[in-house]
Design a protein around this ligand. Structure first.
Ligand SMILES: NC(=O)c1ccc[n+]([C@@H]2O[C@H](COP(=O)([O-])OP(=O)(O)OC[C@H]3O[C@@H](n4cnc5c(N)ncnc54)[C@H](O)[C@@H]3O)[C@@H](O)[C@H]2O)c1
Length: 327
């Protein structure tokens, strides 16, 4: 990986941390940013920074998209991301080499093989996976410790339909250490990054909602939350509660979620997150029981058909098992 250049398109927090870390590891890195002040800032550090990507006569390179993907209300605003991707597409058009475009921005699932692929193809006149490679490699760093997090990742995700792209990125990123997982579908990598952030946000909101209750009761939440962080299986066991399609059941979880909702009402505290937890579980239970009915129905028919033909059959497994048996 020493031989080819790495382009960073969008040289803000993630771009600078990614490119800076790769420079330190000995790679030849060029930073691209439309913001001239940013380019000057990076140039002052002694880094190769430019306002436009030029791939003319450039041997095959890796091009990381670290462009902004802010939200506007309840939707991603991908306009800057799309504009930056289009500029890469135009640059690909003028290049004979086969470059690989790696999406490192946080984007909704399906973006790499949707918007990115289409935008690159339209602007380059090339076909993805032939004229250029495509991969997803979401970034997990925290803004407060961006450079340190890039240099010491705890998880690296690489996804591409083309195993050669996966291997190329593995070679580039595995020296930084940490766990590295690969996928063939870029949408899986994109989903991982989104779920990662949403899970963190949900945990924070959970404890903030509990803080409102504690405030009302005149209790200090800190020692309470610190104890639950050590007692609740959902906190201490990373495997607990991570399966989909399996609602919670038993006695305690339904009792305490519903009971506490009513209790909060008596002390005038709104708990929209807890209400959503109950609603989500009810919905899942209904969906799953429908699936069980369908599976049982299908199994019965299959058994009848098999019995009619004189063969034995195993009953189809129903997917509706419960996620956890509560204490
Ligand atoms: N900041 C974080 O902690 C963090 C962590 C992980 C992932 N991410 C994701 O990484 C992506 C980048 O985030 P960031 O925090 O680095 O954003 P940022 O705003 O710090 O940097 C984005 C840079 O892209 C430049 N830019 C905008 N349009 C451009 C174009 N057309 N061509 C070239 N450059 C252009 C901007 O001038 C800016 O310098 C986002 O998808 C974000 O969600 C951010």
């Amino acid at each position: 990986m020493q031989s080819s250049r790495i382009f960073i398109v969008g040289s803000g927090v993630v771009g600078a941390a990614t490119g800076g870390g790769l420079r330190e590891a000995g790679h030849d890195v060029t930073f691209i940013d439309i913001n001239e002040a940013r380019v000057k800032e990076l140039t002052a550090r002694g880094w190769d920074a430019r306002t436009e990507i030029d791939l003319t006569d450039e041997p095959e390179s890796l091009i990381f998209l670290t462009l902004p993907t802010p939200h506007e209300g309840h939707r991603y605003d991908l306009s800057a991301f799309e504009a930056g991707t289009a500029s890469v597409g135009r640059a690909l058009k003028g290049s004979a080499a086969r470059h690989t475009v790696v999406v490192r921005s946080t984007v909704p699932p399906g973006t790499t093989e949707g918007l990115v692929k289409t935008t690159l193809e339209e602007n380059s006149g090339m076909v993805a996976n032939e004229g250029f490679g495509l991969a997803s490699n979401p970034e997990f760093l925290r803004a407060v410790s961006a450079a340190e997090d890039f240099a010491n990742p705890w998880m690296t995700i690489i996804a591409s339909r083309d195993p050669q792209n996966v291997e190329r990125l593995r070679e580039l990123l595995s020296p930084f250490g940490g766990e590295l997982r690969t996928f063939s579908d870029p949408a899986e990598a994109e989903f991982i990054k989104a779920a990662h952030n949403i899970f963190n946000a949900t945990k924070i909101s959970f404890w903030n909602e509990m803080w409102l209750v504690a405030q009302k009761l005149g209790l200090d939440l800190d020692p309470i939350a610190a104890t639950v962080a050590r007692s609740a299986e959902g906190s201490i066991n990373p495997e607990y509660g991570i399966r989909g399609g399996a609602p919670y059941g038993g006695v305690c979880l339904p009792k305490d979620t519903c009971g506490f909702l009513g209790f909060a009402k008596t002390i005038d505290v709104d708990m929209p997150l807890l209400a959503a937890v109950v609603e989500t579980n009810d919905r899942l239970a209904a969906i799953v029981s429908e699936e069980v009915d369908t599976a049982t129905h299908a199994a019965t028919h299959a058994q009848l058909r098999m019995a009619a033909s004189g063969k034995e059959t195993a009953a189809a497994g129903a997917s509706g098992q419960q996620q956890h048996e509560p204490a």
